[in-house]
Write a protein that binds this ligand. Structure first.
Ligand code: SIN
Length: 513
């Protein structure tokens, strides 16, 4: 459906056209979001199969123009408690469904996400800012976890182990851990939910999700589709709140919650880990990164440049696996910079909803301040800006190329989370391995080269959970995503991903004579 609309009254227009039921969108305000299926625009929390309007609300803004796009239910710890209670009750039912029944409902959820991919992407870009093509990519990527784990639900196999005595038999079964608290970030408002929730539900767990307060609309749209897919009440709950601390404290202190899964900053991850320690809860953490991107002298430089652009500027540099430090061997440095520079200059900034835009706005003012701080620190210590280097109107930051860097600069140590390509040089393999591993982070690393033996050596020597070899794009539902060191632990995706939501129990059978 398409019709003329004025930015400021599209919500009223939808309502007039009966495309939005105002009673279900008590807080729906000035939405600029044109959806083919307006039911996806939800602003109430979703608890125990009901859309819950609470007294307080908080605003959600479009980072492109700062316009308010929704007023969303501002839940408190009591609401989180109610969601946990509902999830605990629902666990008794859901965990007893056959694996194939759970699988069928997950499959349906997947199909609905694909069917509504365009609308989900519109919502996502409007609240998060990323280009619409990336948003469509995220929706498909997110849905692929649901499809994958719908299949894995049927493959939660046990084991039979030869017993330790002639009358002994040992069997091993895997059981769902129980209620899961999933705390998800703003940079992937949809895919980081499905990547946690799909394996949890496939395993037989139930979930309470706290989406980022910056991007709750994508989460609520997923809940709408989950309801349509047929999940029983209480299996999937969404608690929206602008007070993540209060919800996090309830999730980590409530004994009914058996596991916490978090994607976000290392600082908050450590806090949740400490809070979970009291009850020795199971925890999975996908935290910050400081990805090296190494270019050796025998690399295909054109391919390396393309891989660098893809992994550096995806989501305006706001992903945990974005290239953070580019190390180029001295003999190919000039060629690499000559080929990289025009590609950075050509990147088109703008409204993510416009076709052709490649770099959207940053999420908020703090993100811009961080980039400015990192640049100021680096230039004060001798770095040179080759391209860009400044913020633009609104929340935009110019795609930037910064060179002449060294490990004494903040930009070497910190996760940039912005569109700054930071280039270093190196001479030898030993030197670059030392540089690449000289960080507390250990999420993703990339390198380009062709020497077969060196490729193996480097891949093994990098202290990272994921290594891209001659590619800058490593994200897929079929591989285990996760880090080492202060980038966290646990794996998401692949056949490993469901293990984080299962307890292993062994049974020792005696007296078998
Ligand atoms: C992240 O930034 O945390 C996720 C990136 C991805 O899944 O590709």
């Amino acid at each position: 459906m398409s019709f003329d609309y004025q930015r400021t009254n599209i919500y009223e227009l939808y309502a007039d056209l009966h495309l939005i039921d105002k009673s279900k969108n008590k807080y729906g305000v000035l939405s600029m979001i044109q959806l083919n299926y307006p039911e996806l625009y939800k602003t109430a929390s979703y608890i125990n199969g009901k859309w819950l309007n609470v007294d307080k609300t908080f605003p959600v803004y479009n980072p492109y123009d700062g316009n308010e796009i929704a007023q969303v239910a501002d839940c408190d710890a009591e609401d989180a408690k109610a969601a946990i209670r509902a999830a605990d009750e629902a666990f008794k039912v859901w965990s007893n469904y056959s694996a194939s029944k759970r699988s069928r409902i997950l499959k349906k959820w997947y199909q609905l996400q694909i069917q509504h991919a365009k609308d989900l992407a519109q919502l996502l870009t409007t609240e998060q800012g990323k280009p619409i093509t990336e948003a469509v990519g995220e929706i498909r990527y997110g849905a692929s976890f649901v499809e994958w784990f719908a299949e894995e639900a049927r493959r939660v196999y046990g084991d039979v182990i030869p017993g330790h005595g002639s009358d002994k038999r040992i069997t091993v079964i895997k059981q769902p851990v129980g209620v899961v608290g999933a705390i998800t970030p703003w940079n992937f408002p949809s895919a980081m939910i499905t990547r946690k929730v799909a394996p949890a539900l496939a395993a037989g767990c139930t979930v309470v999700i706290k989406p980022s307060e910056l991007t709750p609309l994508s989460a609520l749209a997923l809940a709408q589709l989950a309801e349509e897919a047929g999940f029983p009440a209480g299996v999937l709950n969404i608690v929206t709140s602008q007070n993540p601390q209060a919800i996090g404290e309830e999730l980590t202190s409530n004994r009914k919650v058996k596991k916490i899964s978090f994607t976000g900053s290392t600082r908050v991850g450590k806090l949740l880990l400490r809070q979970s320690a009291d009850q020795v809860k199971k925890v999975s953490l996908e935290l910050g990164g400081n990805a090296p991107f190494i270019v050796f002298d025998d690399a295909d430089i054109d391919a390396a440049v393309d891989g660098c652009i893809a992994s550096k500027f995806r989501n305006a540099g706001q992903t945990c696996i974005c290239t953070n430090r580019i190390f180029v061997q001295k003999s190919v440095y000039n060629e690499f910079i000559e080929k990289l520079s025009p590609k950075i200059k050509a990147l088109k900034l703008g409204n993510g909803l416009e076709q052709g835009v490649q770099v959207g706005p940053m999420i908020n003012e703090n993100a811009l301040l961080k980039d400015e701080r990192l640049i100021a620190d680096a230039t004060s210590k001798g770095a040179s800006i080759v391209i860009g280097g400044s913020r633009k109107e609104g929340l935009f930051f110019e795609p930037t190329l910064i060179c002449d860097l060294n490990p004494d600069m903040d930009i070497f140590r910190e996760e940039i989370f912005g569109p700054l390509a930071a280039v270093y040089t190196f001479d030898t393999e030993e030197e670059v391995i030392q540089l690449a591993n000289n960080t507390n982070y250990g999420l993703a690393a990339y390198f380009y080269g062709r020497d077969y033996a060196r490729v193996w050596r480097i891949a093994e020597a990098l202290e990272y959970g994921m290594v891209g070899i001659n590619t800058g794009m490593i994200s897929t539902a079929v591989a285990p995503f996760g880090g080492v060191k202060e980038s966290g632990f646990g794996r998401e995706g692949s056949h490993y991903g469901i293990n984080d939501y299962l307890n292993i129990k062994y049974m020792c059978w005696g007296g078998v004579k």
